[in-house]
Write a protein that binds this ligand. Sequence first.
Ligand SMILES: Nc1ncnc2c1ncn2[C@@H]1O[C@H](COP(=O)(O)OP(=O)(O)O)[C@@H](O)[C@H]1O
Ligand SMILES: [Mg+2]
Length: 228
Amino acid sequence: MTGPREAEARAASRRLLATSERELQRIVLDMHDGPVQDIFAALSQLQVLERALAPDPGSQQRAGQAVKLLERALGEIRNFIGAFRPPGFERRALGDIVEGLAVQHETLTDQGIELDLPPHLGDCALPTKIAVYRILQEALANGHRHSGASHQRLALERRGGSIALTVSDEGKGFDPQRVLASEEDVGVEGGHFGLRGIQDRVEMLGGTFALESAPGRGTSLTVTLPAE
Ligand SMILES: Nc1ncnc2c1ncn2[C@@H]1O[C@H](COP(=O)(O)OP(=O)(O)O)[C@@H](O)[C@H]1O
Ligand SMILES: [Mg+2]
């Protein structure tokens, strides 16, 4: 079933994916240039004020609390910006971007990544590259937050006209049936829309999604996406 209507819908999905990524990046930049700079400036002023308030311990303590709150807010915004900063999708090839992500994961967490990248993976279309990156980010984050494993395996390969990616761990595993069923109405309860988001990206690009997991037996996620 790939009539002209389906082709049109597919093309629209691809454009939409690239557009939302661009919008996300604009938000990240705006946040960095605007509120982050302002909070940073306010923080510096407040630190000066805190020192000047030494003769009045009560007020100084309050200023100190405000400093801590601003520092925390700044830290959280910076984490968010770090996670969504574009890795240079237009400039860098797929393998390069994936390798960077693996290194970043190892640096920011205590978890190792066993990376399996063929030497001649080649590049792929921009919407696919963005989807691969965002899917890997979520899968690696899940493997870190939920699996308890000391390392994860990340493999990428070309399968015909597709890019196949697998993220697996030998951690505690879970019951995907239960989790995926309860994710049908995400957004209402809030949280837990990582796997749903992966499925949506796969669906929009016309790829495949396979999740294997069982309590005590680890987890393996395999996604294929059309390379072009
Ligand atoms: N690699 C994994 N190992 C163990 N459990 C996992 C793994 N990935 C996902 N899960 C389980 O699936 C649930 C849903 O994941 P997700 O949709 O990404 O939401 P969130 O990460 O916000 O909880 C997680 O809360 C967790 O229970
Ligand atoms: Mg998640």
